[in-house]
Write a protein that binds this ligand. Sequence first.
Ligand code: CMC
Length: 431
Amino acid sequence: MDATTNNKTATLTVGNNSYELPILTGTVGPDVVDIGKLYAQTGMFTYDPGFTSTASCQSKITYIDGDAGVLEYRGYPIEQLAERGDFLETCYLLLYGELPTRAQKDDFDLRITRHTMVHEQMARFFQGFRRDAHPMAVMVGALAAFYHDSTDINDPKQRMIASMRMIAKIPTLAAMAYKYSIGQPFMYPKNSLSFAGNFLHMCFAVPCEEFKVNPVLSAALDKIFTLHADHEQNASTSTVRIAGSSGANPFACIAAGIACLWGPAHGGANEAALAMLKEIGSVDNIPEFITKVKDKNSSVRLMGFGHRVYKNYDPRAKIMQQVCHEVLAETGHHGDPLLKVAMELEKIALSDPYFIDRKLYPNVDFYSGITLKAMGFPTDMFTVLFAVARTVGWISQWSEMLEDPQQKIGRPRQLFTGHTRREYVGIDKRD
Ligand code: CMC
C-alpha cells in the first residue's frame, strides 16, 4: 500500500501569501508534509540539519516507534523474530516482504550457504593491505574494488542475485579480514554449518585443529545478527540509498554503507562502549564518570546510551542484555567485572534525572561489546559483525529505492552563509 493523501493539507503562510502543502499518510506512524514542490512554489528550501524531521523516502521494510520502543521488520516485532525465527528467515523476510514457507526457507538457506566461497583471487587481494589494517577498511576496499559493475541494477532478478551474493559472501570476506589481521590462514566456509555457525568456524577454526561450533554461541550470534539486520533510514542506510541513487553498483553502495557505519556515533558505538567500561574499570569509579558525562564542558558521553529515534528503551537492548547473560554464562565470564560495571551504570543512569529528562536509555550497543568480547572477537571486529548483519537491510533498502517510481538522485540543498561574490586578488597583492 502506498501513502494516501486523504485530501489533507497543511497551510504555509509567508508574509501575505499562503501555500497548501499535501499531507501524506502511511499505514502507521506520523503523517508527513509533502514539500517536494515547495521550492517551485515559494523559492524557499526547508532547513533540517541531521534530517531530524525529514522523511527521505517511502518504505515498506522497517517500522520504528521510538517513543514506544517498537521495532518491526515488515510488520513483525523484533522480539518475535529474534526468539522464534533465525537470521536467514529474517533475511528472506526483509528481501521478499513475507515470511518463507518451509520449502522456500530450505531453498533460501541452501542458496545462501552454497554461495559463501569467494573467488580465490580475493586471498591475493588481501596481501595488498598492511598487516594491521582495520578489518573495516579491508571490507570497504575488497567490496568496492573487487566486485566491479556486474549487475544490471534495473533488472529485479539481477538485483536479487546480487543481494544473495552479498549476504552469502560478506561473512566470508569479514572472516578473511579478521584472519589476515591476526596472521592466521584463511578458513574456507563449511556449507554444512548454519549461517552463524559457519561464521564462527571461519573466524575461530585453524587448519591444524578440530573445531566444534558451540551451539549456545552460534544461537547467540544468530540473534545478534537478527537484531542488527535493519533499522530503517539510519545514517549508513541513507548513505547506501544516496550512493545507489546515482546508479552506482550495489557492491560500491554497500562499501559506502560500511564506511558510514564505522563512526563511533553509529556502528562503532559498541567498541566505544566497551572501551568506556574498561576505562571506568570498577563500580567504585562510576559516580566520578557520571559527573564527567553530565559536565557540559567535558564532551564525555555515556556510550551505548541514547538514540536519535528511541526515546524509550531500545527494544534490541533488552534482547541483547539477555543474550549477554547467556554468552557470559556459557564462556565462564559471568563474573566479568565489566558486566558488573555495565549493570550498575545502567541502574544509576536509569534513575538519574539527567538521563531521564533527556530520555536517554541503553541502546543495542551497550551490552553487545561485552558479549562479543566474551565470544572471542577482538574490538575492531565488532563493527564488522554489525556490517555482516546489516548487509541484508542495506541491500533490501537499496532495491526498494530502485523500484520506487519517484526515485531521484539524492541531492539536498543548503542555506549558504559564506562570502558573497568578491574579486580575485593576485598572491603578491594579498596582505
Ligand atoms: N551521554 C550523555 N549525554 C547524551 C548522550 C549520551 N550518550 N546522548 C545524548 N546526550 C545528551 C546531549 O548532550 C544533549 O544534551 P543537551 O540537550 O543538554 O545538550 C541531549 O542528550 C540530546 O543529544 P543529541 O546529541 O542532540 O541527540 P542525538 O539524537 O543527535 O544523538 C546519539 C543520538 C546516538 C548520537 C547520541 O545519543 C550519542 O552520541 N550516544 C552515544 C553513542 C551511541 O551509543 N551510539 C549508538 C546508537 S545505537 C546504534 C545505531 O543505531 O547505530
